[in-house]
Design a protein around this ligand. Structure first.
Ligand SMILES: CC(C)(COP(=O)(O)OP(=O)(O)OC[C@H]1O[C@@H](n2cnc3c(N)ncnc32)[C@H](O)[C@@H]1OP(=O)(O)O)[C@@H](O)C(=O)NCCC(=O)NCCS
Length: 266
């Protein structure tokens, strides 16, 4: 490990954050096969490739070597368990295969919030976002519930059938992101956008997140502010409001096309 001369502490890390794109398939496969973890189930390669090409894998790449150090996938679930491929309109979207190989930077706050907002803008599921987490993985469920703000819930039969995890019923905890958790997640995103340097308070090491390839964060900034603290947040936080994510997406401010400026006079 490189040490800084001055402070004798690990050198800062520079990570490029971006959504996956066609051509990343092998890199994503390699990441999951290299960094296997008891809490991350193996995913079918065909499915992995499709989600990678569709831009639904969020990647944190070490800028020194271009290799991922963290990854997570937004996976569509339709209500028909007989359908293997994700449908255009998912009933639920799962945040799954989350693996952050660097400890102590709480990168999951930004990672999960970015995935949720990206999906909200592009393809909101009809009902809600969810994660199923092994009961023995208290770290992940604590982070999701206490830091990111998701709620524990009990899945209904349709969701059990759609995920195919019923045989693991006794092993799993389920958490979901409904409308009322969105303002907090928008705040987490804005905080990191404004200060993309995260320090590991135990080691003093810092990671610098390069968000230049997350262009949508910039173009959606006003919408994110509106969801975080603006008029939309009040609607989303209203306990009487609908908890359906597709409904929430309809309340979000739309991007307005830039008006053409005045024609320059000669
Ligand atoms: C779960 C995971 C995504 C979290 O990554 P992260 O956000 O970067 O988390 P960090 O390592 O920075 O830990 C953040 C905080 O979690 C808390 N934490 C750590 N271990 C914990 C534990 N065993 N139980 C409860 N909380 C714990 C601490 O408060 C820690 O902050 P601190 O180190 O400053 O005290 C990552 O640890 C991981 O990839 N784990 C292996 C795979 C996995 O479990 N994936 C999730 C499956 S869905």
């Amino acid at each position: 490990m490189t040490l800084t001369n001055e402070f004798n502490q690990p050198a800062d890390l520079h990570l490029l954050v971006r959504m996956s794109k066609p051509g990343d398939e092998q890199m994503v496969r390699d990441f999951y096969s290299t960094f296997k973890h008891e809490f991350v189930d193996d995913r079918d390669h065909t499915m992995l490739d499709k989600y990678t090409a569709d831009g639904r894998v969020i990647l944190f790449l070490n800028k020194d070597n271009g290799q991922p150090v963290a990854s997570s996938i937004a996976l569509s679930h339709n209500i028909d368990p007989a359908k293997k491929a994700p449908t255009k309109k998912a009933a639920w979207t799962e945040v799954g295969a989350t693996h952050i190989t660097l400890g102590g930077f709480n990168l999951s706050s930004f990672m999960v919030s970015a995935q949720i907002m990206n999906e909200m803008f592009k393809r909101p599921p009809v009902q809600f976002f969810f994660a199923d987490i092994y009961k023995t993985n208290s770290k992940a469920s604590t982070l999701l519930s206490k830091v990111i703000g998701w709620d524990f819930f009990v899945p209904n039969d349709d969701l059990w059938d759609s995920t195919g995890f019923r045989h693991e019923e006794h092993l799993l905890d389920w958490l979901r992101c409904t409308t009322k958790t969105l303002p907090h997640q928008a705040k987490l995103l804005l905080e990191t956008m404004d200060n993309p340097k995260i320090v590991n308070h135990k080691t003093g090491q810092a990671v610098h997140l390069d968000l230049s390839e997350m262009g949508w964060l910039k173009t959606r900034r006003k919408a994110l502010e509106n969801i975080a603290t603006g008029p939309v947040s009040a609607i989303l936080l209203d306990p009487a409001a609908n908890q359906n994510i597709e409904w929430a997406a309809g309340t979000m401010p739309k991007r307005t096309a830039k008006k053409a400026g005045p024609t320059p006079q000669p």
